[in-house]
Design a protein around this ligand. Structure first.
Ligand code: I3S
Length: 131
């Protein structure tokens, strides 16, 4: 895994599978479309990769599909918090708002997993503020 490309993983903060949906794009509300996603936090950027159902035979023939980000979120000026109840009927939901008016909901059935993501995203945002 990381051994052959250590420079890429040097500043990896966290990675894992989360459930997520984008709910706004530059201020425009979007219809929710929940899906699971391989999620990577690295260097102030949160990247949601396409979900594992895309790891089909075609993606094995075209390996670039395996690494195509679906959303790349710049955390500079972003805010993350526990989502208010009315945002979703799901449990353990985080709301991430970017400075350009995009919004995401992030969820996992495990509370400690979501709490850990909240902490690492918050830490990353404050690191960006400090420069
Ligand atoms: O905020 P909403 O509209 O209750 O969100 C639900 C919808 O996105 C729904 O899809 P349809 O609009 O195709 O019915 C999803 O299946 C639900 O998961 C969404 O609600 P939750 O409470 O799970 O975020």
């Amino acid at each position: 895994l990381p051994q052959h490309k250590p420079h890429i993983f040097k500043s990896l903060d966290k990675a894992g599978v989360l459930y997520r949906t984008k709910t706004a794009d530059k201020g425009k509300r979007l219809r929710k479309n929940w899906s699971s996603s391989w999620t990577v936090l690295e260097g102030g950027i949160l990247t949601f990769f396409k979900e594992s159902k895309h790891l089909s035979s075609s993606s094995l023939k075209h390996p670039s599909m395996l690494t195509t980000p679906e959303h790349t979120v710049d955390l500079r000026g972003a805010a993350v918090s526990w989502a208010p109840k009315e945002k979703s009927s799901k449990k353990n939901v985080l709301e991430l708002k970017t400075c350009d008016g995009s919004e995401f909901l992030i969820q996992h059935d495990s509370e400690p997993i979501v709490a850990t993501w909240q902490k690492v995203i918050t830490d990353s945002i404050s690191k960006l503020v400090r420069g």
